[in-house]
Design a protein around this ligand. Structure first.
Ligand code: ATP
Ligand code: PH2
Length: 182
């Protein structure tokens, strides 16, 4: 697939999940790899939540979280970077909704609604999943113009069962550029 870039930066949200290996280390490594890409700046990280597996029950609990980023990449190019990051971190696709070292789902990109063979935006299952919405609610700014904040909070308020999502840890990931002071 060709990597396209667009000139204007857009805000985007990614959901992350892991239920194999050192879940916290893998999630932080995924965030660092994304942030190291020249077209991506990670802006905010949610808390980390431990969550009951949904869809395929016979697997370990997940750790789920979400990040907000600024990107100059077109959505398809951003998805390519995410898929490459999953590969670098050892993601294998064996069972649908089955165990994984890391899973990156592109939830929402400012100003983009689309449906192609490779990419659907907003993510088609994001508003059904407490393991996505609870972390996302941590990082969508209150006054956010697109209405995403209102929608996330409205769906969460009406969701009957958020029981499988438990606060686990604050995410203390810090960007390498902040660490080095550049
Ligand atoms: N918004 C999106 N974010 C991530 N992948 C997407 C999106 N829309 C379509 N896809 C496609 O879905 C494919 C399968 O993704 P993946 O194997 O991570 O699914 P999953 O995480 O197991 O299940 P789910 O899609 O229900 O979260 C990807 O290769 C990608 O082309
Ligand atoms: N708790 C939890 N369950 C899942 C998850 C996930 O990230 N967390 N991801 C899935 C496929 O995207 C299927 N089921």
């Amino acid at each position: 697939m060709t990597i396209q870039t667009s000139t204007e930066a857009s805000e985007a949200y990614i959901a992350l999940g892991a239920n194999l290996g050192d879940r916290e280390a893998t999630l932080k490594e995924a965030i660092s790899l994304l942030d190291e890409h020249p077209g991506i700046t990670v802006l905010r990280c949610s808390n980390m939540y431990e969550t009951d597996p949904v869809g395929y029950a016979d697997q370990p609990d997940f750790v789920n979280m979400a990040i907000a980023l600024q990107t100059t990449l077109a959505p398809e190019a951003l998805l390519d970077v995410m898929l490459q990051t999953e590969q670098v971190l050892g993601r294998e696709r064996i069972i649908r909704w089955g165990p994984r070292t890391v899973d990156l789902d592109l939830l929402w990109v400012e100003g983009h609604q689309l449906s192609t063979a490779h990419l659907i935006l907003p993510h088609p299952r994001m508003f059904e999943r407490a393991f996505v919405l609870v972390p996302l609610a941590d990082i969508v700014p209150t006054g956010e113009a697109s209405g995403l904040y209102r929608r996330v909070h409205d769906v969460l308020e009406q969701m009957d069962d958020k029981g499988g999502v438990r606060f686990w840890k604050a995410c203390n990931w810090v960007s390498a550029s902040v660490r080095s002071g550049s």
